[in-house]
Design a protein around this ligand. Structure first.
Ligand code: ADP
Length: 244
């Protein structure tokens, strides 16, 4: 947060944002299920200029064995940014931010995955951010849900994710990198539309209680758009292209 470029117009007099979008318009989203032949399930997502690949492995044996749980399976998530994914080369060593995002995505996926169906085993989710442009945790969570479904892991629902935020005193859907840097608030939301349950909600910035409620509802509506694209990606892989 906090005005990196004070001269940039985040919202013009016609309600058009810095990248030409309307306030309730998500960036272009393309999801592909499958693609990695060595993974049990995989997905690729382009979410605006974000490009992210996810591979899922398992359920498989846990090593060392004492890490396993006799009552339930465990989910392990690694979110990793390629050094070339951002303008200034990112240090390849795991950063605090990557460790935090791995944890946040794991906790957002756990309510969706029926871990109790495969005790003593682990499901590993590897997330590779090839190109980052604001909102990678939401794009990665969305793709990870598709990759888990592609792997045939029993799930209660898929988690769809997108951020809402506050830009130029206005609540907008799908905050991009410039808006994240120069805007007033960024609220990533993960939501299971069939179960009507939020599994990820973070807030960077300050909102009034009314703005908070508006952000949540704008974010949830955005997740429903993302959810349709997740289902379409799986449908395209397993039943061929669907035009609707
Ligand atoms: P998210 O990607 O989920 O929005 P952040 O809010 O932490 O997570 O990051 C916002 C954006 O900042 C990222 O999407 C990326 O474009 C950029 N970014 C993150 N880490 C770095 C880094 N080490 N160097 C340059 N840009 C970065």
């Amino acid at each position: 947060m906090g005005g990196r470029d004070a001269t940039m117009v985040l919202l013009d007099e016609n309600g058009i944002r810095c990248d030409g979008r309307k306030i309730d318009e998500p960036r272009r989203i393309m999801i592909k299920a499958g693609g990695l032949k060595n993974a049990d399930g995989s997905a690729y997502i382009e979410f605006g200029d974000n490009k992210i690949l996810v591979g899922v492995f398992g359920p498989r044996d846990v090593h060392p064995k004492h890490m396993s749980n006799t009552d339930t399976g465990i989910l392990r998530v690694r979110y990793h940014m390629e050094p070339f994914s951002v303008t200034e080369r990112k240090n390849p060593a795991p950063s605090r931010r990557e460790i935090e995002i791995s944890k946040v995505i794991k906790e957002a996926l756990e309510p969706a995955v029926m871990l109790e169906k495969f005790p003593r085993t682990a499901v590993d989710v590897f997330i590779e951010v090839l190109q980052a442009d604001g909102g990678t945790r939401c794009a990665a969570l969305t793709a990870a849900s598709v990759a888990l479904a592609d792997a045939g892991i029993p799930m209660r629902d898929m988690v769809a994710a997108i951020a809402a935020g506050k830009v130029a005193d206005t609540i907008v859907l799908d905050v991009n990198n410039e808006e994240d840097q120069a805007g007033q608030a960024d609220m990533p939301i993960g939501y299971m539309p069939s179960l009507k349950k939020i599994t990820l909600l973070q807030l960077d910035g300050i909102l009034t209680p009314e703005e908070y409620k508006k952000c949540v509802s704008v974010g949830v509506e955005g997740c429903k758009i993302v959810y349709e694209l997740q289902k379409k990606a799986l449908h395209n892989k397993y039943f061929g292209n669907r035009d609707d």
